[in-house]
Design a protein around this ligand. Structure first.
Ligand code: SF4
Length: 359
């Protein structure tokens, strides 16, 4: 069943301060915080575009939901209850900071049908959290994750590789710590430098060097594979491609690409293809075209942006590569055979690739 979130952006509502990298008004392309009375209209409008068979959640993003004063939180949550009661919406998710939670707040959220809490952790490395002025420690962040899980919610962890003070080792340690905390889902947002933020000033003063898109793709692909190997759902890579992000001058640097998530999945497919070639159990017959078969929905991931994967692959092959897409329920697998030798087909699933052929 397809999952849809009905996003309700509450830009910067209840933020204790403006984080150095953040401008929710650019990210969400929304300037105004909706009132609880606006919610009926927002939800009804989005709901009318979603197929009735879909699984739907209402998602409060862009601020610190759990730090909003209780009365207003209650008004927001009450405003969406009719959709839950009628079964049009399965649940509610909220995103917040890890230092804005306590057991009584969690009990309050549960009483209104909130099922998922996403924490904007960014990093589990104290040096990065300090250099990025997040205002909490890695220990505090981990304790918040544990509290969310212990209280019966699904846990989402949002990570931001490439912040000040970050490096490959620290990103790797953050990924490991995230896996240990067993979240139900993660989002990976490689750092983007937005106009008007303190990060943009730091970059202009030469105090901060952001990741390039290429570095972000490589790093995110690595994180993605490590999470996927552990069965942790990566529900987003890269910022949502909102209208304001496209406006000239809003992005000053860093890892912004309108389809970063797709580039990351393409990078994973490329690595999986190399592993398939290495693990192919039959001898390849020289001169016979190599036949790669994938779920037809995965063709663009296999081929890569502007055929990048294919171009990188071709020189490694002794014959022409032929790509075939087929209808299939499952995705993320690649099969290899050779024309005229279709009986020597070998399929490498994503889990096999991650468990057996990737370190
Ligand atoms: S990162 Fe979160 S807490 Fe910081 S300014 Fe943005 S929305 Fe507010």
């Amino acid at each position: 069943m397809r999952h849809y979130n009905i996003p309700i952006f509450i830009p910067h509502l209840a933020c204790p301060f403006r984080c150095i990298f953040c401008d929710q008004k650019i990210i969400s392309a929304q300037k105004k915080v909706p009132t609880p009375d606006d919610l009926q209209q927002i939800v009804a409008r989005v709901l009318s575009t979603i197929p009735p068979s879909a699984e739907v959640e209402i998602a409060f993003f862009g601020g610190n939901f759990t730090a909003i004063d209780k009365e207003r939180q209650g008004l927001y949550l009450k405003a969406v209850q009719p959709y839950l009661q009628r079964g049009q919406v399965k649940g509610i998710r909220v995103s917040t900071r890890p230092d804005c939670l306590d057991p009584s707040e969690l009990a309050f959220l549960a009483s209104y049908g909130v099922q998922v809490i996403e924490l904007g952790i960014q990093s589990f490395c104290d040096e990065v959290l300090t250099a990025s002025q997040r205002g909490y420690t890695a220990e505090k962040a981990a304790a918040a994750c544990q509290l969310v899980k212990k209280s019966g919610f699904k846990l989402g962890i949002q990570l931001m590789p490439g912040l000040p003070g970050d490096n490959r080792e620290r990103i790797s340690a953050t990924t490991e710590r995230t896996i240990e905390l067993k979240p139900d889902m993660v989002r990976i947002y490689p750092t983007v430098v937005l106009a008007g933020t303190e990060l943009a000033e730091m970059m202009a003063r030469g105090e901060y060097q952001p990741l390039t898109v290429e570095e972000a793709v490589e790093i995110s692909a690595d994180m993605f594979m490590r999470f996927q190997r552990q069965g942790i759902d990566v529900i987003r890579v890269g910022l949502h491609n909102g209208e304001d992000l496209q406006d000239e001058g809003n992005i000053k640097g860093g890892a912004y690409h309108p389809a970063l998530g797709e580039l990351v999945e393409q990078a994973v497919f490329y690595r999986q293809t190399l592993a398939l070639l290495k693990s192919y159990p039959y001898s390849l017959v020289e001169g016979r075209p190599l036949l790669f078969t994938v779920n037809k929905k995965d063709i663009s991931k296999f081929v890569g942006y502007r055929k990048r994967n294919l171009k990188a692959l071709q020189p490694l092959l002794a014959a022409q590569a032929v790509i075939k897409g087929v209808e299939a329920t499952e995705g993320d697998w690649i099969a290899l055979s050779q024309e005229g030798y279709e009986d020597r087909s070998y399929v490498l699933s994503r889990q096999d690739f991650l468990n057996r052929y990737w370190q």
